[in-house]
Design a protein around this ligand. Sequence first.
Ligand SMILES: [Zn+2]
Ligand SMILES: [Zn+2]
Ligand SMILES: [Zn+2]
Length: 439
Amino acid sequence: CFVCLFLSFTSQVCHSCFRHQAKLHRCAQCKFAHYCDRTCQTACWDEHKQECGAIKKIGKAPSENIRLAARVLWRIHKDTGIVSDSQLISVDQLEDHVADLPEEDLKQLKTDVHNFLEYWSYGRKQHSVDYISHIFGIIKCNGFTLSDQRGLQAVGVGLFPNLCLVNHDCWPNCTVILNHGNQSALSSALHSQRRIELRALEKIPEGAELTVSYVDFLNLSTDRQKKLKEHFHFDCTCEHCSQHIKDDLMMAATESEGNKSSADKVKEVTSFSKGCLEKIESSRIQGEYHEVVKLCRECLAKQENVLADTHLYKLRVLSVASEVLSYLQSFSEAADCARRMVEGYMKLYHPNNALLGMAIMRAGVTHWHAGEIEMAHGMICKAYGILMVTHGPNHAITRDLESMRTQTETELKMFKQNEDVYHTMRDAALKNQPMASKQ
Ligand SMILES: [Zn+2]
Ligand SMILES: [Zn+2]
Ligand SMILES: [Zn+2]
């Protein structure tokens, strides 16, 4: 890791190990940084000390971008841009694409540079505006989002120079994940540091280029190309984009005999779904979950027998519905939505896609909550298989899955021996202990 930074809008995350903690200790100097304990604070001090001084002087923490840029520069001053022998490229050599930025972004960049210089202005080495713009440009197109140890929430952003050498493909043969390491093992010999991992998704022939994807595959090829152009300034000419592979499935209408809908009907339902998805999103943001559920049900009913099970609009509605229904503890309906969603995902995603693995895991947990133990166990096993590839056996999520797998296996055995006893015990357990503890 060259430079990592946690995002300040995520509260209750340790700035050192990125773990969620209910109670964190504040840095006495800047009153901005928060840590689990002394160990985390000490581990992070080298990265934090200059930042700590700067924040103290200007009285508040600047935006993420500015803090990250400053960290990059402190790091460059310390080690001439190369951190270790295994680093293949110096930060200065990375692409910044400043010349490609649209007017609006250039304005923002100017403001950022201005604020940066103020933050940086305490008797340190001075830099030209061009050089600072270069650093901001690098962060914008090479910054990597870091999620918490359960992979649920974006908590930080990091810069990893070697990763910037891996090109994009919408159907990649590798994936990048953040391993938070393990500092909780009793023996310090078993401790491992936080690190970024480039992992193979399949057997890669010798000499083949390693690729990762910068965007979620579940978008039409033109939409992926648009995103890549906007954020990373290149035209994707990967095989899946140039041949529009799977675009047809993502837009498909139902095919079953006697059920074929007219082109007009498909058009009508598609545009209805589009509008409905916008309403669903705004209701969700406002926390009106019952309204979200109502809209989802309405939309799914309209789509029935018109849009295929792999249609993106159907999958998006199912995804929100399963999440919100789970939250509202309507587990049976949530499980049904989750199952339909992952069935669609499996027809679209690479079989070892990390997002697919995570979706199957959540679907498995939802089925578990719904008491559908057989399906739950099957899904958890399937997710475990994918995450062993994408996250590896030592990742916190994989270890969670492993214990869920053992637990569902035991419950499944119990269920097969005696269904009635299983349900009685389950009901009793449900009354005594909130199911949320499984989340
Ligand atoms: Zn910590
Ligand atoms: Zn501090
Ligand atoms: Zn592509």
